[in-house]
Ligand binder design. Structure first.
Ligand code: NDP
Length: 296
């Protein structure tokens, strides 16, 4: 079997078009422009790249983009004061604090100071609780992107066996909650899981979110299963720098029914879902219908 390649780049472009259409409607019908504020503390090069591309894509879909770049030594009280201002700013519907933060700042405290309604990363404890209890919440962008791709490929996920490898708060756990919400039978695997190969072999859906290059070989995959590869690993092979996922692409693609490549799979969906969450937050703030197909 040769797997269908789930093209995240193309899918993310479709999501951005949907977001852009909704932004246009909000502007034309109500005179409202959704606004996203991104806060970056320090000068971590990777974070700067992410923030730049988030800002660029926010503007491309017609939304307002605000960037706050703070000095690496910013005091916690000053960061919290800025978040307080953004919480109260009616033109800002989404707030994202770029992680990781410098060591002297308490990440949990900072994230939980964002208004849950504007928490477009979905990391606030209230949103975590809402998701866990099956209530309307802001959903973390990467797992939301994976869910959208799975729904698009399969239609209904009901009754499927899903294995999520990884139990982080930003990917593994919310991913498992979302799959459970779509009535999958969900197993969460992690570094202490015994006989991972056997666990993965039972899955119709495998979501790999570990951060270990090519750790899932094709002979762990049930024939026809769908592999969603969240991993982003930078390696050097034959003297060349390369990005690879957590799945061994060639051998998995030979057995799976469908697979997301790295790069060009889950990665592009993350920013697209950030934009989707911002437009959703704007609609909720004004009591309008939410855009269809852009939420969990
Ligand atoms: P974390 O490091 O927070 O979590 C990794 C998880 O993998 C942990 O739960 C850990 O288990 C588990 N794990 C580690 N080793 C093994 C093993 N040998 N077998 C089974 N499980 C194992 O990572 P993140 O969740 O933040 O990210 C995971 C990957 O996804 C990374 O490559 C990251 O770069 C990528 N990523 C990609 C995004 C995108 O936009 N595409 C967005 C976010 C992340 P334990 O808890 O027991 O330690």
């Amino acid at each position: 079997m040769t797997a269908t390649i789930i093209d995240g780049k193309e899918f993310a472009a479709r999501v951005r078009v949907k977001v852009g259409d909704h932004v246009t409607r909000l502007k034309n019908d109500h005179g409202i422009t959704p606004g996203l504020a991104v806060v970056l503390v320090g000068e971590d090069p990777a974070s700067q790249v992410y923030v730049r591309s988030k800002g660029k894509m926010t503007v491309e879909v017609g939304m307002k983009s605000v960037e706050h770049k703070l000095d690496i030594n910013t005091a916690e009280a000053d960061l919290l004061a800025l978040i307080g201002q953004l919480n109260n700013d009616p033109e800002i519907h989404g707030i994202l604090v770029q992680l990781p933060l410098p060591k002297h700042l308490n990440e949990d405290l900072v994230i939980n100071s964002i208004s849950p309604a504007k928490d477009v990363d979905g990391f606030h404890i209230s949103n975590v609780g809402l998701l866990g209890t099956g209530q309307k919440s802001m959903v973390p962008c990467t797992p939301l992107g994976c869910l959208m791709m799975l729904r698009d490929h399969h239609g209904s996920l009901s009754g499927m066996n899903a294995v999520v490898i990884g139990r982080s708060n930003i990917v593994g756990k919310p991913m498992a909650q979302l799959l459970l919400g779509d009535s999958c039978t969900v197993t969460i695997a992690h570094s202490r899981t015994k006989d991972l190969a056997d666990v993965v072999r039972r899955a119709d859906i495998v979501v790999a979110a570990v951060g270990r290059p090519e750790m899932v070989p094709g002979d762990w995959i049930k024939p026809g299963a769908t592999v969603i590869d969240v991993g982003i690993n930078r390696i050097e092979r034959d003297g060349k720098k390369k990005l690879v996922g957590d799945a061994d692409y060639e051998s998995c693609a030979a057995v799976a029914g469908a697979i997301t490549p790295v790069p060009g799979g889950v990665g592009p969906m993350t920013i697209a879902c950030l934009l989707a969450n911002t437009v959703t937050a704007c609609c909720r703030a004004h009591g309008f219908d939410e855009p269809e197909g852009l939420t969990a």
